[in-house]
Design a binder for this molecule. Structure first.
Ligand SMILES: [Zn+2]
Length: 412
């Protein structure tokens, strides 16, 4: 990704008001129940007067709103709690994948307020044309957001590939993209979002990373360390360790699809042999089940597999079992290495989880040294197949919550 932040002036960064805004908003965002001003004063150590002034700024800027007071027995006016606003700034999440484009809008509270999935095989489509289609969908999302009182404050784009610090896609093998200057191509179009200080207009990141971040920040909070695997035509993983995404030395961690599960096996698009993707990628499963992918509309491949498995069709069950076994071999290696207790199956794997989980667990049981006394949980993602786009939009929202002054200080 580009882990770069928008430049922040040293003087502005240090301003006490800005720090207090971030402190109070962060507490409201993290609270289990809507906190009152008094709760916030206790939690932050700020005076009641300071909290009141900060809250007024946040209310005026549409970053928070007052929750409906909970009915309370006894005398006295109940204190009104504060929640993140459902109008005001929102994040735009985008995803380009091999056979779909997704656009979504997530508000400050993390609610998905707009979602479009456009199914199409994008491999024969030039990157600039795929991005132009995405821009069209984003424009519709922006208009829909505006109708709901939301302003898009920044965007993040998920791509199934290796992305460098400048947001260029170095390689997305399954899309056939190599050295695609995504930010430059998108800048040829009108801006997708409003310009908000401290919020990058566009971040490009790996889809598996963004899906893992979406899972990490979903409610209720899950484990602090886990492996999130996105199973599409390609297979990517996001590694979350102690509450943070592990990106690796150059930001390119998580290429689980190219772990060899049969060292002398089928040749892979990456140039290697026997990669997991060749046995547990969506195309491999579809072919093993005896389905012809070209005859299936792109969006129905996973649904069709699930349908056949549900009906007990032997070839589909065998294909899913074999894919799960290959996946389990790779996952067991990762679990042995990193000591993770949770594996989340996301993307196209989520609806297939009922059939993939048992063979994955069987391999973990057979191969992970510690599995006997420390079981590993394998479960589907709670975010559904749009996890990467939702995670992308959520990453924008978290940036706004972390630095609310940029939104409050914006021009216009
Ligand atoms: Zn490979």
């Amino acid at each position: 990704m580009s882990p770069t932040h928008a430049p922040v002036g040293a003087a502005r960064q240090g301003s006490l008001r800005e720090l207090n805004l971030a402190l109070v908003l962060g507490r409201i965002a993290a609270a289990d129940r809507p906190p009152s001003r008094a709760d916030l004063a206790t939690a932050t150590g700020l005076t009641r007067a300071t909290v009141s002034a900060v809250v007024e700024d946040l209310l005026a800027g549409q970053l928070v709103s007052e929750a409906e007071p909970a009915p309370r027995a006894g005398a006295g006016r109940p204190a009104r709690g504060l929640v993140l606003a459902d109008q005001g700034p929102a994040g735009l999440g985008l995803e380009v994948n091999v056979d779909y484009l997704t656009v979504c809008v997530v508000d400050l509270a993390g609610q998905v307020r707009h979602r479009t999935v456009h199914r199409a095989d994008l491999r024969p489509v030039a990157p600039e044309d795929a991005l132009a289609r995405l821009v069209d969908l984003a424009r519709q999302a922006r208009a829909d957001a505006a109708r709901q009182g939301l302003t898009l404050a920044g965007a993040a784009l998920a791509v199934p590939g290796l992305i460098d610090d400048s947001g260029q896609v170095r390689l997305a093998p399954n899309l056939g993209w190599r050295d695609v200057p995504v930010p430059e191509l998108l800048s040829a179009h009108p801006p997708l979002t409003d310009r908000v200080p401290d919020v990058p207009a566009l971040v490009v990141d790996n889809e598996a990373n963004l899906a893992a971040l979406g899972e990490l920040h979903s409610r209720p909070p899950g484990p602090a360390s886990f492996l999130h695997i996105s199973g599409e035509v390609g297979i990517g993983a996001g590694i979350v360790l102690d509450g943070a995404l592990f990106r690796g030395a150059r930001g390119w961690s998580g290429e689980i699809g190219h772990l060899p599960v049969h060292p002398q096996g089928r040749p892979c698009r990456c140039g290697g042999r026997g990669c997991l993707e060749q046995y547990a990628g969506q195309e491999a499963i579809v072919a093993a089940a005896g389905l012809v992918r070209a005859e299936l509309p792109a969006d129905t491949a996973t649904a069709r597999l699930a349908e056949l498995a549900e009906a007990g069709e032997p070839a589909a069950l065998r294909a899913l079992n074999d894919a799960g076994t290959a996946l389990g071999v790779a996952v067991a290696g990762v679990v042995n290495l990193l000591d993770l207790d949770t594996v989340v199956l996301g993307g196209g794997y989520a609806p297939l989880a009922p059939w993939l989980c048992p063979p994955v667990l069987a391999e973990i049981k057979a191969r992970v040294l510690t599995a006997a006394w420390s079981p590993v949980t394998v479960r589907p993602s709670t975010l559904g197949p749009e996890a990467a786009a939702v995670g992308a939009a959520g990453s924008v929202v978290r940036r706004i919550v972390a630095r609310p002054a940029g939104w409050l200080n914006r021009a216009g």
